[in-house]
Design a protein around this ligand. Sequence first.
Ligand SMILES: Nc1ncnc2c1ncn2[C@@H]1O[C@H](COP(=O)(O)OP(=O)(O)O)[C@@H](O)[C@H]1O
Ligand SMILES: [Mg+2]
Length: 296
Amino acid sequence: MNIAILSVSLNVFSTQRIMEEAQKLGHHVELIDHTKCSVKLGEGDPKIYLGEEEVTNDFDAIIPRIGAKVTKHGAAIVKQFEMNNVFSTARSLGITRARNKVRTLQIMARKNIPIPETVFSINPDNIEEQIQLLGGPPVIIKLQEGTHGLGVILAESKKSAKSIIDTFYKMDTSILLQRYIEEAQGEDIRIIVVGNKVVAAMKRKSEIGEFRSNVHRGGDTEAVKPTSKEEFIALNACKYLGLGVAGVDVMRSKHGPVLIEVNASPGLKGIEGASGVNVAKHIIQFVERNAYTRRK
Ligand SMILES: Nc1ncnc2c1ncn2[C@@H]1O[C@H](COP(=O)(O)OP(=O)(O)O)[C@@H](O)[C@H]1O
Ligand SMILES: [Mg+2]
């Protein structure tokens, strides 16, 4: 098969791993930096260019690895490939939905997937009531489009919560407020879904003095077997968002597991290390199953 990985650089571990496994399975793989892609519309068929060169239309599949900074453009490039009938491991719509935590949680709430109690608003006039909707402090204040744990704040008192929220509202920064799941003690579960199957999972534990369990924030990882309820949440989250490959974050709250967020381009280093699973190979095999069917 002809596979394109949409990624900014070959120096990214996950990109390298996917490329390596694709080659091992005998495929031709190319790296396409979506940030260097242009699309020409109107008069004839739409064309995708990489720099000055036209991107040939003979890819069987693309594997988007769209970073947080260029999601909009990345999703538009993925959309163009989709419209050219190329199989993608993540739908453009799914990438856009997963990028915004409020959008994700709205969809999950509608589908009855358990999530933490969450409030979103932009109204600076009744912040106290908004905090009260969550039962009062401590509360989590989160950028709607943050990553790597940056942009997740724990406000322990009403005073600090009010001043932080007020600042964000006045700066026109999109945030959400969430109940602080204290009982999880800084732990969460990262579940990797590939093509309607849970292929790997790990538990992440935050550093001492930290509540965020992200690997980028110094979190420790270990293999874990998710419960059937956690698997159900992860599988359905991917289904409802439209993602063939994703990393789903779940926290163990006192009311049972709740979905925190979905990552459309999950990092492979932590999960392959902790679980011992060859996730990159699973991704290529998923591509094989689907791209061939599509071509027939
Ligand atoms: N409601 C919450 N209660 C307690 N901890 C939370 C809550 N939401 C997030 N966290 C912690 O912060 C980390 C980062 O939050 P997350 O929403 O996944 O943002 P990011 O996209 O930056 O990873 C989570 O992995 C978890 O450890
Ligand atoms: Mg996260």
